[in-house]
Design a binder for this molecule. Sequence first.
Ligand code: EPU
Length: 291
Amino acid sequence: MIRTDVPLAPWSGYRTGGIARWFAAPRSEEELLGALRHKEREGVPCFILGGGTNTLIGDETFDGLVIATSEWTGIRDLSAGMLEVEPGTSLRALIGATVRRGWAGLEGFIGIPGTIGGAVWGNAGGAAGGIQPLVEMIRVVEPDGAPRWIEGASLPWRYRSSGLGARAIVRVRLRLRPGADPEALRAAANAVFARKRATQPLGATSAGCVFRNPPGESAGRLIEAAGLKGVSLGGARVSDHHANFIVNEGRATSREISELIERVRNRVAERFGIWLEREIVHTRAAEGCRP
Ligand code: EPU
């Protein structure tokens, strides 16, 4: 179940990154616990990867264990409006399933790539807010290997953060609003998607917005106003479409993306005195199971 020397680029939205010394793609809690025991035995760092759509994977060999949860999928109805979802389930599939049932709440998340595990971990969202209010319970495995349920309401949620930190997400219970008209939900999703397609490079190789928005500001607006749209470094380029996206034009390395991120951050700081905080996660910072 644990593989060695696995190239990580195919697991990343940016399609960049080096090799993982060890790699596991568990499909059950038992398999996940087995992978975590391996990490304990070897005493190595570990990184938990969801869909890789908000993560920059370092070019250097990751001398530890990467646990990818994106192959661990499944959706189960518990009661009207209440679902239990495996962590690797794509948001796209989940939105499709809930819209078909006429359960409202997720349709505004259309166009966000990645998995429900990653979306909950990073409190993914958009103009209408994060996923936080829909999360009833989360089953996690603590860094010491102990599984337990956590109430969504007990977490220290913030903009683009659940506060789950080093815990692995094993299952999520979502509470949606049943009894809606599927056609109306589909129309709402289509409207959000059309707006996103007009303002974001959705088809490009990227990891979405690079920086969090500063309070009351838009990082994209600041980056554009600093004259950085279209600026490139090697194969990495600040999108002409939305300046808070960096796209891999085909042959970028993670180092180039990372350097371009720092260049953008410094320029915005010089121009506007605002230090942008990164939204995307970098595997280089992995320590324990902490992304
Ligand atoms: N703007 C510019 N130039 C740009 C981009 C945006 O001037 O290059 C301006 C827009 O004209 C608008 C304002 O900035 O006046 C806000 O732009 P937008 O509506 O595109 O929203 P955003 O704040 O840039 C946020 C989220 C997105 C999410 C959209 C839509 C963050 C960091 N970004 O973007 O999330 O999709 O709202 O809901 O919170 C992500 O987190 O990866 C992400 C893409």
